[in-house]
Design a protein around this ligand. Structure first.
Ligand code: SF4
Length: 262
């Protein structure tokens, strides 16, 4: 796995201009602690050439893998990565993970292949709608989508059927490799417990707080979100978080926690 240079640099050496305050200190310290504890995560998982299953190898490096990330971002909505991974393996085994195949496959048949991801009829519709949009706007040269300005790319994604902010930002960051911080339920939970956000903070507000204090580097955003996810899954779990073996224990107020385990 290649390690993004920025992921191992001290964030204090990457000062953004004119931004001060508590957010900057905590958001940066959380990143450094999580990276030191878990190490680089190699997101987003993609299927290597000739492979059958997505692996964490540092993200997409070609058009086919970027398409796979876009489809994976829809498949993992409201489900674990495990279900999305099985759906991608099914598609891959049927040679269905390329643009033309996804354009041609009937929605019902696509739904059968992606059944392990849950909500498969809705997700089949979302994928077909996304692929049709790319085809109508860019044709066979659909990768031009990734060269659009980020704000425009985001606006277009949010206008598509079933694409919300988390999916849109995941596509921009992990498929296009552009700068857009991804927020998810783990981010909200962890930063609420740390004591720096409200529990009901809106998506856009929290996203802006990260983007204001972090250098605008896609490799950094990539690694940060991946670290938040592993931390939310392995230690800062919804019930009985493992605070006593947590790399953030010294800086966490543990807001709203009743039961612990370790
Ligand atoms: S100390 Fe506990 S509540 Fe705070 S981040 Fe760690 S696991 Fe979560």
């Amino acid at each position: 796995m290649s390690t993004p240079d920025i992921a191992v640099k001290k964030l204090s050496k990457l000062e953004p201009k004119g931004v001060m305050g508590n957010d900057r200190k905590i958001i940066r310290e959380v990143y450094e602690r999580l990276l030191a504890f878990y190490g680089p995560q190699g997101w987003w998982p993609v299927t290597p050439p000739g492979g059958r299953s997505p692996v964490y190898s540092g993200g997409p490096t070609n058009a086919s893998q970027r398409l796979e990330v876009m489809i994976g971002a829809v498949l993992t909505q409201n489900t674990s990565w495990n279900g999305a991974r099985k759906a991608l393996e099914n598609l891959s085994s049927q040679n269905g993970l390329d643009f033309q195949s996804l354009l041609e496959i009937p929605e019902e048949k696509l739904g059968l292949f992606i059944r392990p991801s849950g909500y498969f009829n809705q997700k089949a519709r979302r994928i077909k709608s996304f692929i049709s949009f790319l085809n109508e706007r860019y044709g066979a040269d659909w990768e031009r989508f990734f060269a659009e300005p980020v704000s425009q790319m985001r606006r277009m994604l949010l206008g598509l059927y079933g694409i919300g902010p988390e999916t849109a930002d995941s596509i921009i960051l992990y498929a296009a490799g552009r700068v857009s911080f991804v927020i998810d339920s783990y981010t909200k939970r962890i930063f609420y417990r740390l004591g720096i956000t409200r529990g009901d903070i809106p998506y856009e507000e929290l996203k802006q707080r990260f983007e204001k204090v972090l250098p605008a580097e896609s490799e950094l955003y990539n690694e940060y979100h991946a670290l938040v996810v592993i931390h939310g899954k392995e230690r800062c779990t919804a019930r009985e978080p493992k605070c006593e073996c947590c790399p953030l224990e010294q800086i966490c107020v543990r807001r709203g926690i009743n039961r612990l385990s370790c």
